[in-house]
Ligand binder design. Structure first.
Ligand code: COA
Ligand code: AMP
Ligand code: ZN
Length: 437
């Protein structure tokens, strides 16, 4: 590996548009054939009278029906697999016990390809062997943990798998081990700075931090700039999702002007979330991805529910892989808090298990002292005084059950019946008051 090269994979990163598209067609045809080993896709194709041989051009992709999160849930746990389970070496799963979580399976080849894709991203922003890479993502099921771990090792950096939480220890690692690069979700980067300040640590003077990979939750350009100013770093937007492996799907280059999506791994479409027709080039719509290198769980036209657009024009860095604009929101009601994905229905279903509660609840998301929080207010069936500490016990129990379900700890407040706001008779479920910088 030539450490002076700007490319980790020159053979793929320097492809021209026609070369990218020729490679995509070849890989798409192979992927579609491979999907036929999976009963779900076999049935899908049969239902719409489609045969793998019908996919002759990239435009033919549009003849294939979309795949949705609901399909993944309905085939829980292993129904989306296109290889025998014995060939799989890892699975990642979403949070939740209510309803079926989603499961993503990987063969060793999938894990290798994933590590390579993300190593390519980290190399692109100037990281090299000799850098010290610290990861503040949760390990375990969160793909930001193992995903960045293997990629940073693949690149050849000294890695510090600090994992989420314990901010003081996180900072000690940064200063003592000479951490030069950090992966953190944007809201947590702000928390790190606050604690550094309180500890009398000046990140510019007392640390070697120079690069941050930030992602896993929506953030603005202002928020990025603020992180860069606070920590004295360059912060690069990192996009991915468990269904596509995890981080490494799209990443900003040094131009910091949109995230290159690796088109040797994915075919990208942007569709209108209502009509499901393609939007005109450069307009915002829902991101739809087709995997081109997946062995265990290839996905055709997967509706990500993320809203974004493809940036027009060429990137000055010379890479011709398309660039995604920063995420503009979601076309469903998923909340992302502290880098954790939460559906309001998960909260509702836990609350429904308590006979003392009504079905009216309100989730409020706030930024408090550089730490995002969730407050769940829920109406009691009837008002009673807390003479014996019953309400306090009930509150704690609800909080614990919610934490087990959504993986973050909300504050819970029990309120009198009929006291939560309603709009035209309909309950308001989520209020997002988080600072948008
Ligand atoms: N990343 C790293 N640490 C985080 C964090 C995040 N996104 N959000 C909060 N923390 C820290 C808090 O600052 C706190 O540490 P401190 O008091 O020493 O500063 C500690 O984790 C506990 O956080 P708290 O908010 O009190 O608890 P919680 O129960 O609500 O949250 C977490 C639990 C932090 C473990 C959970 O939010 C998590 O695992 N987040 C990371 C998710 C992730 O990695 N996503 C990436 C997916 S690619
Ligand atoms: P997960 O499957 O837990 O990795 O979560 C994936 C989701 O996180 C995506 O579908 C997006 O909604 C969100 N996400 C990931 N990266 C980013 C990013 N850079 N900006 C905004 N949202 C992101
Ligand atoms: Zn570029």
């Amino acid at each position: 590996m030539d450490i002076n090269s700007p490319y980790f994979h020159p053979e793929f990163e320097t492809l021209s548009r026609p070369e990218i598209e020729a490679l995509q067609l070849d890989r798409l045809q192979k992927t579609v054939h491979h999907c036929m080993s999976n009963p779900f896709y076999r049935e899908r194709f049969k239902q719409c009278g489609l045969h793998p041989e019908d996919i002759r051009t990239l435009d033919d992709l549009r003849r294939i029906p979309f795949t949705t999160k609901q399909d993944l849930r309905a085939t829980y746990p292993f129904g989306m697999s296109a290889v025998p389970l014995e060939k799989c070496v890892r699975l990642h799963s979403s949070s939740g016990t209510t309803g079926n979580p989603t499961v993503i399976l990987h063969t060793q080849a999938d894990l290798d390809a994933w590590a390579e894709a993300l190593a390519r991203c980290l190399w692109m922003v100037g990281l090299r062997p000799g850098d010290v890479f610290q990861n503040s993502s949760g390990y375990g099921m969160f793909t930001g943990g193992l995903g960045f771990q293997y990629a940073a090792e693949r690149l050849g950096m000294l890695t510090v798998p600090a994992a989420a939480g314990n901010t003081k220890r996180q900072i000690k690692f940064i200063t003592d081990f000479g951490t030069t690069a950090l992966h953190a979700i944007p809201s947590y980067a702000a928390r790190l700075y606050e604690v550094m300040k309180a500890e009398g640590i000046d990140p510019r003077r007392d640390t070697k931090l120079r690069v941050l990979a930030i992602g896993a939750e929506p953030h603005s350009e202002e928020q990025r700039q603020r992180i860069e100013e606070m920590l004295g770093v360059k912060a690069y937007n990192s996009f991915g999702m468990s269904e596509m492996c995890g981080p490494g799907v799209a990443f900003e280059c040094k131009e910091q002007n949109g995230m290159h999506i690796w088109e040797d791994y994915y075919i990208v479409e942007i569709v209108d979330p209502e009509t499901l027709e393609p939007v005109p080039e450069g307009e915002i719509g829902e991101l739809v991805l087709t995997t081109l290198r997946r062995e265990a769980m290839p996905l055709l036209r997967y509706r990500t529910r993320d809203l974004t657009r493809i940036l027009p024009g060429k990137c000055p860095c010379g890479r011709e892989h398309k660039r995604l604009d920063r995420m503009k929101g979601r076309s469903d009601d998923m909340i992302i808090l502290k880098g954790v994905n939460i559906f309001p229905i998960q909260i509702e279903q836990i609350l429904l298990q308590f006979p003392q509660l009504r079905t009216d609840y309100l989730i409020t998301l706030e930024s408090a002292a550089e730490n995002d929080t969730m407050l769940v207010e829920v109406e009691l069936q009837e008002l009673f005084t807390d003479d014996y500490g019953h309400l306090e016990k009930l509150t704690k129990e609800i909080q614990q059950r919610l934490r087990d379900e959504i993986l973050v700890t909300p504050r819970v407040r029990l309120v009198p019946p009929g006291s939560l706001p309603r709009q035209e008779g309909k309950a308001v479920r989520v209020k997002d008051l988080r600072k948008k910088f």
